[in-house]
Design a protein around this ligand. Structure first.
Ligand SMILES: Cc1cc2nc3c(=O)[nH]c(=O)nc-3n(C[C@H](O)[C@H](O)[C@H](O)COP(=O)(O)OP(=O)(O)OC[C@H]3O[C@@H](n4cnc5c(N)ncnc54)[C@H](O)[C@@H]3O)c2cc1C
Length: 378
């Protein structure tokens, strides 16, 4: 390990490893030195990323499973959709960590430090990182872990999950169809839904996601999962072979505002989680692509990946749901009743035309959205 690097990447999770991978794949930047720092050695399958996409990914070789059909369900509808040209894809955390770390270990100028980060600060000339055992500097640092963020002035809610991979003794699942969102679960004033992501006929990831202001004890999810598997899916015998737990902030907080001179915030800590959906995998890829292209052009300070029009929409959507004037279940059910998933995906990808946006805002009851529109404007 050296005392000084071109780049320190603080937090070697999805955003940190994606950024390092792309810097080292850039002919212009391949000679730069990088230190990746994380307190975790990334040996566990701690999460599963799913996302829709209509193109081949940079990480296509590690896509574990993909589906061209999805089902949306709520107490009032159950609808299957063909989503071509999109596919809904799954990448397992462990495959991503192994793939990117193996690639980076082959490259010159990449060091890993597995240690707890105590602080990351900067002056005009350099970033200064302190871990439990080391002090290292760099020309620039990219910070992907978040700490002490005050969300009290922002629209904010936690999206928290528990997922289990189940195995059944007989053929049970349709491996060609993913349950994209299933609201057939008691809502109790919150937004709660399931995903069922079959890997084959006898194995599926079943995950509950909940929007709420605080994160409950892990045991909170178990009765819901059990009831959903038994009563809604009609499965009585199964074995749990893996579990994952997590929480992400859904917020319109401006993560890029108060950055220190030599520190760029990335990933969840850089606002890459979509405020109205919680999806982050594809956005982290797009945001790190943008960042690498700015680093190549020596315009790193211009990094600000968020588009104001879509941030405004996210504010309206989140406000409408969190203020209680409508519910997540109502909004998504109306969207899937009235529109094709391709239209919804385009909107959530922030790629649609203004006409596409209008379709989204006029599909659910418009009054809650109008009220939120004026509240957000104020
Ligand atoms: C269980 C789960 C499932 C998810 N599923 C999806 C999904 O299906 N689709 C989707 O689009 N998004 C999903 N997300 C959201 C998002 O894609 C992930 O959270 C993603 O990992 C975010 O990447 P990141 O780099 O911002 O954070 P992380 O991947 O969490 O990386 C941050 C890194 O910082 C390290 N770190 C933190 N503090 C310190 C410290 N003090 N010292 C040293 N290291 C530190 C951590 O160990 C970690 O490796 C999911 C999130 C979770 C938690």
């Amino acid at each position: 390990m050296h005392k000084h690097y071109d780049y320190i990447i603080a937090g070697a999770g999805l955003a940190g490893l994606s950024l390092a991978f792309k810097i080292k794949s850039s002919p212009i930047l391949a000679g730069k030195s990088i230190l990746l720092v994380d307190r975790d050695t990334k040996q566990k399958n701690d999460r599963t990323w799913c996302f829709w996409s209509n193109e081949n990914e940079l990480f296509e070789s590690i896509v574990h499973k993909k589906w061209s059909k999805i089902t949306y369900a709520s107490p009032s509808i159950e609808k299957e959709f063909d989503i071509k040209p999109y596919a809904y894809k799954m990448i397992r955390g462990i495959d991503f960590y192994k793939h990117t770390i193996a690639y980076l270990k082959e490259k010159d100028g990449v060091d890993f430090l597995f240690d707890n980060i105590k602080s990351l600060n900067s002056d005009h000339k350099k970033a200064i990182l302190e871990t439990d055992n080391h002090k290292i500097t760099s020309n620039h640092a990219f910070k992907s872990y978040y700490e002490n963020i005050d969300f009290s002035k922002d629209i904010f809610v936690w999206q928290h999950f528990k997922g289990i991979i189940v195995q059944t003794p007989t053929d049970t699942f349709d491996p060609n169809n993913a349950h994209f969102m299933d609201f057939r679960v008691e809502q109790d004033g919150e937004t709660r839904f399931f995903y069922v992501l079959p890997i084959n006929k006898r194995e599926a990831l079943i995950e509950i996601a909940v929007f709420s202001s605080s994160i409950p004890d892990p045991s909170f999810y178990d009765p819901f999962i059990k009831k959903y598997i038994n009563d809604t899916l009609g499965i009585s015998t199964y074995e749990v072979i893996e579990e994952e737990l997590g929480a992400i902030p859904m917020t319109t907080h401006n993560f890029q505002k108060k950055t220190q001179d030599r520190i760029i915030r990335i990933g969840t800590n850089g606002g890459s989680v979509k405020a109205s959906s919680g999806y982050a995998f594809k956005r982290i890829q797009e945001d790190t692509d943008l960042l690498v292209s700015l680093i190549e052009q020596n315009k790193i300070k211009k990094y600000n990946p968020r588009n104001n029009r879509f941030l405004f929409y996210d504010k309206i959507m989140l406000d409408a749901i969190l203020s209680g004037s409508t519910t997540g279940e109502t909004v998504f059910t109306k969207l899937f009743k009235n529109l094709k998933p391709q239209t919804i995906f385009k909107f959530l990808d922030e790629k649609g035309s203004f006409f596409n946006d209008l379709k989204i805002f006029t599909a659910p009851p418009t009054w809650p959205f109008l009220k939120s529109f004026f509240r957000v404007l104020r």
